[in-house]
Design a binder for this molecule. Structure first.
Ligand code: AN7
Length: 391
């Protein structure tokens, strides 16, 4: 375990899960590289030979991962693009967070932690709450007041987490949570700055490779908030290459909402430093983040892979969400529709016939408030006769 920014090495993660320099940590496997024959079982733990968890520790799992990779039929002409959607909304708590949470909470169990803590735009808190319940631990989650999707809050509450609202946005929630966690040894931070979360999330890349019949897609497109997940997928593909399992890596494309795009700004302006945004605003509340903690990892992923970062507007996001639901039968939350919305902007970038995987990070049922339903104006009948009149 070492700092991604200054290189300092660590044997065990510090209380805050961040380096003394403020950088994010990274786990690197230096020997005993796995081969494809080492992958056994189903889901995230199929890849345990590639995960930094001792086999002596019993995993805290709910069979996360093993999510469908769905070839689209109607969204784009099949002759032009091989477009796939990786439906991470089918994880136990309905988002990709479970991939990382199963590994981070297993790690927490291994080092004897008993209280999980996170700041969250919603999905991390839902996942942390559920895995804490599973592990017999406590969870304390900090969420931005009034700006979190109803379904996610319901999940955190039903799983028994202590939910604390912060008067402010996600970035303010993270700041308060980190200050508290830095002071207390009994709290274990499960935000995506936790390097064990990233390890679990990288298994999404392994699955895509196997689901495509041991092939690597040309492009992988993800929504970007704190920038942990795009970093995790890049780590997964890079490791497959380092271990001699694949020969080339895909181009990584990150998509931010226009109103919350500090990282896309760094890329588009060709800068090397992130300027955090105050008061980010977007309908995609999952990625309403102005100070992405893993921004440097993500920028490396995008640049080293030959990819890019771009932005999409809220109306493009909502249209893509509706298109995916009404043309393919896949209902995702707004943030997860951002990669689909980005396709239109990438027509001159993605070569004809390329294979493209969009990561659908979260289930649409979590955030029902964004879908306008005028129930008063739906037809209401009390008899077959009225039905026939209506039809
Ligand atoms: C559906 O739950 O940050 O770029 O606190 O819920 O790794 O942050 C959620 C992020 C994309 C962005 N899609 O991933 C949280 C949180 C969905 C998400 C992202 C999130 P990162």
């Amino acid at each position: 375990m070492h700092c991604f920014e200054c290189g300092k090495e660590y044997g065990e993660e510090p209380a805050s899960s961040l380096c003394d320099c403020g950088g994010v940590l990274e786990l690197v496997l230096n020997e005993n590289f796995p081969t494809i024959d080492d992958f056994r079982g189903v889901g995230v733990w199929r890849y345990s030979s590639a995960l930094p968890i001792s086999r002596r520790i019993q995993s805290v799992t709910m069979d996360e991962g093993n999510t469908p990779l769905i070839r689209t039929k109607n969204l784009v002409p099949e002759r032009e693009l091989q477009l796939f959607v990786k439906n991470e909304g089918q994880n136990p708590t309905g988002s990709f967070k479970d991939r990382g949470m199963t590994v981070a909470v297993t790690r927490a169990r291994g080092i004897g932690a008993n209280t999980l803590v996170c700041a969250s735009t919603g999905n991390t808190s839902a996942s942390a709450a559920a895995y804490a319940a599973r592990a017999g631990m406590r969870a304390m989650v900090f969420v931005p007041s009034g700006k979190i999707a109803g379904g996610k809050l319901v999940q955190a509450i039903i799983h028994g987490a202590k939910v604390i609202r912060v008067n402010g946005d996600f970035d303010a929630s993270l700041e308060i949570m980190m200050e508290e966690a830095g002071k207390r040894k009994d709290l274990y931070v499960v935000n995506s700055l936790n390097p064990f979360r990233i390890e679990g999330q990288k298994t999404g890349a392994f699955e895509i490779f196997e689901q495509l019949g041991k092939k690597v897609p040309d492009y992988v497109i993800l929504p970007v908030g704190n920038a942990g997940n795009i970093s995790a997928y890049w780590k997964g593909f890079s490791e497959l290459k380092k271990w001699g399992i694949i020969e080339r890596t895909p181009r990584m494309i990150g998509v931010q909402a226009a109103g919350a795009s500090p990282l896309a700004e760094v890329f588009l302006k060709g800068k090397d430093d992130l300027v955090k945004w105050k008061n980010p605003e977007t309908v995609a509340s999952a990625i309403r983040i102005g100070n992405p903690v893993s921004w440097r990892k993500a920028l490396t992923a995008v640049r080293d892979s030959g990819g890019r970062l771009l932005t999409v507007t809220d109306s493009e996001i909502l249209k893509a969400q509706r298109d995916l639901a009404s043309k393919e039968g896949i209902f995702v939350e707004p943030a997860s529709a951002a990669p689909i919305a980005a396709l239109r902007h990438l027509r001159d970038v993605i070569e004809k016939n390329s294979s493209v995987v969009c990561i659908a990070t979260g289930n649409g049922l979590k955030d029902q408030g964004v879908v306008p339903v005028d129930s008063e104006n739906l037809p209401l009948i009390s008899s077959l006769k009225e039905l026939e009149q209506y039809l």
